[in-house]
Design a protein around this ligand. Structure first.
Ligand SMILES: *Cc1c(COP(=O)(O)O)cnc(C)c1O
Length: 384
């Protein structure tokens, strides 16, 4: 039997049309966009065309888009760049993040604290992982260098009220970043509606290639570059642009915008079958994250009495690929910090299971998964 992929939040297959869109930029339009001859001009025209297309989706100007090597780099550039610039400009040294950030933000904030003298503070979240907006007015002040809040959580799927957080930051004149890596492709990315100054995306989460992303930087946002060298990307990210990958990111994003009306209802149907089916067949299993305000393809649970990684291995042998927490943490025996921050007990947090659906998922995949899950859980419980 062909294995069934139910881990679209970890990464997605590259759409065939995306592959086709990338190919000419390896062998035909291969010039360096910084070169002044015709080869360079042609590559530069293509690059600026892609930038304009991405800007169109985000509702910004092309100059506000910086291409990067992926979600992690975009997050690093946003947080480091804004924090260092804010300190230089106005002495602010406090970084606000949420307790439910991806490691790309969480570890970066800790690095800024451990090695650069910044102080970390947290926006409060409730038990679904949603930022409690009504408390923000009080806690954000002039010492705040930058606020970063994840748009949609990779582990529990919860979608945050980014526009509301953004409005408060704007009122207080504090730079606001959102990690939209999970949200991109399925949620609204309009930077004005969201009231964001910085927004990160990464192509491989929306059927684009790995190793390419973008950072939106609102005009006038103070940002120190992290990677220095040539004046590429508005002098904010040195390095010759990877045009084939940028072509892929752009095509993948355009396909999402065009085809979401078809795919999102399909994702929702599959997700909701899982959300009702898993607790329905596994005693004690509970949904993690928000029951409604969550990614359309994301279902996540904690299952008492199992080790999540062990369950994932058993399910894999039965032909279903899912994950326990975020892919970056697989193999580590520690319970996820995100789940602990939602007040889930450590032993229960060890039994987390994330099932994420995508374009290739069929009704049969979900039905099949739900039919093998009870035996898999039983086996994991016996082994535990
Ligand atoms: C995947 C992911 C990242 C990292 O993106 P890469 O492109 O893999 O570096 C950052 N944040 C979130 C929320 C993610 O899901």
């Amino acid at each position: 039997m062909k294995p069934i992929y139910l881990d679209y939040s970890a990464t997605t297959p590259v759409d065939e049309r995306v592959v086709s869109a990338m190919l000419p930029y390896f062998t035909e339009t291969y010039g360096n966009p910084s070169s002044i001859h015709s080869f360079g001009q042609k590559a530069d025209a293509a690059l600026e065309g892609f930038r304009a297309d991405v800007a169109h989706v985000l509702g910004c100007t092309p100059r506000e888009i910086i291409f990067t090597s992926g979600g992690s780099e975009s997050d690093n550039l946003a947080l480091r760049g804004a924090a260092l610039a804010a300190r230089e400009k106005r002495g602010a040294n406090r970084i606000f993040i949420t307790p439910v950030e991806h490691h790309a933000i969480e570890k970066t904030a800790h690095d800024l604290a451990d090695h650069y003298g910044f102080e970390i503070a947290y926006l409060p979240v409730d038990q679904t992982g949603t930022v409690m907006v009504d408390q923000l007015e009080q806690i954000l002040d002039g010492r705040t260098a930058v606020v970063s809040a994840i748009y949609a959580n990779n582990e529990v799927g919860t979608i945050n009220p980014i526009a509301e957080i953004g409005k408060i930051c704007r009122l207080k004149q504090i730079i606001f970043h959102t990690d939209a890596v999970q949200a991109a492709g399925v949620c609204d990315l309009n930077v004005d509606r969201l009231h964001v100054d910085l927004l990160s995306i990464g192509a491989h989460k929306f059927y684009g290639p790995k190793g390419v992303g973008a950072l939106y930087v609102r005009k006038g946002t103070p940002l120190l570059p992290v990677q220095t060298g040539g004046a590429h990307e508005n002098a904010q990210r040195a390095g010759t642009q990877n045009i084939p990958l940028i072509a892929g990111l752009t095509e993948a994003l355009s396909i999402c915008v065009e085809e979401n009306p078809i795919y999102i209802p399909q994702h929702l149907r599959h997700r909701d079958l899982l959300i009702s089916g898993v607790p329905g067949s596994i005693p004690g299993a509970v949904l993690t994250g928000h029951p409604v305000n969550r990614l359309p393809g994301h279902a996540s649970f904690v299952i008492p009495g199992v080790d999540g990684n062990q369950l994932v291995i058993i399910l894999d042998r039965m032909g279903y690929a899912c994950s326990s927490g975020s892919a970056c943490k697989t193999g580590s025996p520690e319970p996820s910090g995100v789940l602990l921050s939602l007040e889930i007990a450590p032993d229960l947090a060890m039994g987390s299971l994330r099932v994420t659906v995508g374009r290739q998922t069929t009704d049969e995949d979900i039905i099949g998964f739900l039919s093998v899950l009870p035996a898999a859980v039983e086996k994991a419980r016996r082994q535990g």
